[in-house]
Design a protein around this ligand. Sequence first.
Ligand SMILES: Cc1ncc(C[n+]2csc(CCOP(=O)(O)OP(=O)(O)O)c2C)c(N)n1
Ligand SMILES: [Mg+2]
Length: 398
Amino acid sequence: MGAPDVQEVPAVTTTPQAVRRESRRGSRPATTPDPARALMPAGEPVRLLDPDGTPLPAHPDYPEPPVEALVELHRRMVIGRRFDVQATALTKQGRLAVYPSSRGQEACQVGAILALNDDDWVFPTYRESMALVSRGIDPVEVLTLLRGDWHCGYDPAARRTAPQCTPLATQCVHAAGLAYGEAYQGRDTVALAFIGDGATSEGDFHEGVNFAAVFKAPVVYFVQNNRYAISVPLSRQTAAPSLAYKGVGYGVPSEQVDGNDPVAVLAVLTRAVAHARAGHGPFLVEAHTYRMEPHTNADDATRYRDADEVEAWRDRDPVARLETYLRARGALDDAAVAAVAEEAEAYAADLRDRMHDKPTVDPLSLFDHVYAQPTPQLVEQRDQVRAELAAAAEEGDA
Ligand SMILES: Cc1ncc(C[n+]2csc(CCOP(=O)(O)OP(=O)(O)O)c2C)c(N)n1
Ligand SMILES: [Mg+2]
């Protein structure tokens, strides 16, 4: 994504305001540093590997992560992709109500998790199932919500992972509050909030980032720009040259990265997490990536995007890119790649088997945790559902 062509915009130096602005600028000594400069993202997304897996010259700000971390990144991406394919299949078998795939976004999903410590906090959206299984949460637990249960399936406090958030951007405020609280109590926990490109237009994103900036809360805001908010393309969502500039406006150092370059994603997020952990406040990263599947299995993406566009992104596949690089470095060979593929197959088979067990959901439990004291309306609704269930059971017996 390049900067807009300012040459085509008519010069504005003739307006009185512009003249005043110019004269004010003129009164500033030429040596005064621009305070926004240190916050600015690179002009182009940071990239450490070419799309074909060829390494680029070392980056001055983002050293390459250790090779062992990259091998683990590859392993988790392969398993994550296999999980994602299996979850999509489970929707077709009626085992899942809905599934938002993150195929194509593996470098972001797994890179973010590997950049964190186990006791850091993650604030995911509905898109982040792959990230959560990559964090070691049981995939059946991760998919519980999508089977139609009312709870998120795992213990958020034990897993240091908030429930996957469907209301857009609300997790940005939760992450700021939790991170502030942890720092207040003297702990060096970092909170990483995932967010999509479209959701950066929501008020909660701006409130969260602003709060975190003012109170120096250790949050990493990780924007996965996958080019679409359901059917709405990025160009209809924002006029900003990069979503990373949205951090700069709040005084938050920001960066943009090639989200399909796993090495760059891990390098940039590692630095962002270190910045937050060191007590310097939040950091915002925009990853340029692409959602290869429709928004969810319930969406028809052919209605709003060209097959050519999808094909072009297939050539930037993050898993193949990392594998090529690690093979060239001698860190992966045929046997290692086959072993990871086998592990991924076994993981998917186990998930499939366990998802064939019917979930035990008591419809009445829907009313249990809404309020500490249920309202009269809620009691009435619960009685109504109880009566309907009893009538249905009687009909079944007859
Ligand atoms: C507050 C709110 N408004 C609208 C929606 C409906 N909605 C669900 S997903 C979505 C698109 C979000 O796109 P983006 O932030 O780019 O994330 P992506 O789905 O691409 O990961 C919308 C509008 C919602 N869930 N919450
Ligand atoms: Mg999006």
